[in-house]
Ligand binder design. Structure first.
Ligand SMILES: *[C@@H]1O[C@H](CO)[C@@H](O)[C@H](O)[C@H]1NC(C)=O
Ligand SMILES: *[C@@H]1O[C@H](CO)[C@@H](O)[C@H](O)[C@H]1NC(C)=O
Ligand SMILES: *[C@@H]1O[C@H](CO)[C@@H](O)[C@H](O)[C@H]1NC(C)=O
Ligand SMILES: *[C@@H]1O[C@H](CO)[C@@H](O)[C@H](O)[C@H]1NC(C)=O
Ligand SMILES: *[C@@H]1O[C@H](CO)[C@@H](O)[C@H](O)[C@H]1NC(C)=O
Length: 492
């Protein structure tokens, strides 16, 4: 989902507009085989594929409300009411998963499908039945479910009480997750609490691009991330205390980041700053030895806040207890990586005050259509060094196009080079145990509606049965999965 950068300075390069695949290749280094325990998978999320927005007692989520009331904010005016209708057509999706022979399938639970009002006092059995069916069918076919608990679509009722700006969200989320562990944890052993908190909070509570459309950068987004981290940490502790002994599963989080391609390679200060304000923001509290936010953020946001005449930092602080709850609260780090952005030191203050942009204060250019596999290797090595090589899995990585062609050679180039980058990182000692391609099928791509396509399979949207059919990239990925050899050597 990481579709916007931090700081929209500059324009897309000509090559990206022409769609050339500049730099979309990395050579093989070391072993030409993926380790035997390396898992290949694909990802989707509930709102983007399920449809059935009000089917069988489902409640309203913030994305239902947003797309219905503000269709002009979606590129094609569309919504996820029907999406790929996976709520009624999971068997069609299952066929594709079996065809690819994936090791794992990452999907998310629609909170309001199970708890229409968000709180656990009322449970919608039809929603429970749906996910039981999905999980059972995956397991019957030898596919490991990797379940995301929160992937953007917060129940509207909870949003009305402040959503992620209210610390009430911590209890709501812990209760929701506890119910999921109880209902599905006998079979689901791999849980992701949150998908892309940075983006959810930045775009939703900072710069008003996605619901709840709060335009409160440098304040609302910081409160959002603070509450996400506490909800995550508390959920992890509940799992460890109440469920782990019996269920033996793993709980992690999916963090998104761009990598940064510095225009001045000796300026490591600017590069480090960008990494810390992006993935470090969420990863430092969970994966670092000391816990808490990255020192560079703590110091600089406090300084800016004082200069603005405030008595305290806009960046909230964790007390000792919360810091310890959050520190070490993940069995793995899920990484969503799409691109690398050019970066340079700011020549003066960037953006308005106060804002995240101003606090970060670097200059960068966003390019959505860029293929930068070396950036993925770069992020993995940075995480390895920074957090003592935690177990990592790529939870999203994929190629966006807006024509949806079946002969998608550009997607194959992207997939091939990024898989090779992952294999290289593994060979260099990064503890990466899986790769999850975004996405299984073309789906509702948030504010881009159906205009942006990420699928290995296309969906015929004019057909009443929404047939799925393979793109060339599906054949390529299938060959990688079955051979488990260096993708550079595979030609379709
Ligand atoms: C995968 O296997 C390698 C080599 O045997 C081992 O070092 C690594 O810990 C294993 N990873 C997982 C997640 O099991
Ligand atoms: C957010 O607020 C800023 C500053 O008041 C304003 O310039 C900007 O247009 C607003 N953005 C949105 C999306 O409302
Ligand atoms: C590149 O960065 C280094 C280290 O910050 C600095 O000394 C040097 O002047 C920079 N070069 C340019 C061309 O900006
Ligand atoms: C950075 O950009 C240069 C020039 O475009 C390219 O050669 C290099 O591979 C990029 N590096 C990373 C890590 O993205
Ligand atoms: C999509 O479905 C329509 C209606 O069934 C059919 O006419 C059309 O040929 C299909 N397109 C593709 C690409 O299969």
């Amino acid at each position: 989902m990481k579709f916007l950068g931090l700081f929209l300075i500059g324009i897309l390069s000509l090559s990206s507009i022409l769609g050339e695949q500049e730099g979309c290749y990395v050579g093989a280094k070391g072993s030409l085989h993926f380790p035997t325990n390396f898992s290949f998978g694909v990802a989707t999320s509930a709102y983007q594929i399920e449809g059935g927005w009000n089917a069988d007692g489902k409640g309203v989520s913030i994305w239902d409300e947003f797309t219905h009331n503000k269709p002009h904010q979606i590129t094609d005016g569309s919504n996820g009411d029907l999406a790929d209708d996976s709520y009624h057509r999971f068997d069609d999706d299952l066929k594709l998963l079996k065809d690819l022979k994936v090791g794992h399938y990452r999907f998310s639970i629609s909170w309001s499908r199970i708890f229409p009002n968000g709180d656990v006092s009322f449970k919608n059995q039809a929603g429970v039945d749906y996910y039981n069916d999905v999980i059972d069918k995956l397991l019957a076919n030898g596919i490991t479910p990797l379940v995301t608990i929160h992937h953007s679509n917060t129940p509207l009722e909870i949003q009305k009480r402040g959503g992620f700006t209210s610390s009430m969200i911590i209890d709501y989320f812990v209760d929701f997750a506890t119910e999921l562990f109880e209902m599905f944890g006998d079979r689901v052993k791999n849980w992701i609490t949150f998908n892309e908190p940075w983006t959810i909070c930045n775009l939703g509570y900072g710069i008003a691009v996605i619901p709840p459309l709060f335009n409160d950068s440098g304040l609302g987004d910081y409160v959002c991330i603070h509450n996400v981290l506490m909800a995550h940490g508390a959920t992890y502790r509940v799992y460890k205390e109440k469920f782990f002994q019996k269920q033996g599963g793993k709980v992690g989080i999916a963090l998104d980041t761009n990598y940064f391609n510095s225009t001045n390679s000796s300026d490591t200060v600017t590069f480090e700053r960008a990494m810390q304000f992006n993935i470090g923001y969420l990863a430092h509290p969970i994966f670092s030895k000391d816990g808490g936010y990255p020192p560079v953020m703590v110091n600089d946001i406090a300084r800016n806040s004082l200069e603005e005449g405030r008595f305290r930092s806009r960046l909230p602080t964790f007390d000792r207890e919360w810091r310890d709850i959050i520190k070490g609260s993940a069995d793995f780090l899920g990484l969503n990586y799409y691109r690398s952005n050019p970066l340079r030191k700011a020549s003066g203050p960037v953006g308005t005050s106060p804002s995240f942009e101003r606090d970060l204060n670097v200059e960068s250019v966003l390019d959505l259509y860029t293929c930068n596999p070396e950036g993925l290797e770069g992020v993995l090595h940075w995480l390895r060094k920074e957090y003592n090589n935690p177990p990592m899995i790529i939870t999203e990585n994929g190629w966006r196009d807006d024509y949806g062609k079946i002969e998608d050679d550009d997607r194959i180039d992207f997939l091939k080079s990024h898989l090779q980058a992952v294999l290289n990182a593994v060979n260099d000692g990064c503890n990466v145990y899986g790769y999850t391609h975004w996405s299984l099928i073309d789906n509702f791509e948030w504010v881009f509606g159906f205009t942006n396509k990420f699928g290995l399979y296309a969906v015929n949207r004019t057909s009443p049965t929404l047939e799925r059919y393979p793109k060339k990239s599906a054949h390529f990925y299938k060959m990688v999965i079955s051979s488990r050899v260096s993708p550079n050597g595979i030609i379709v």
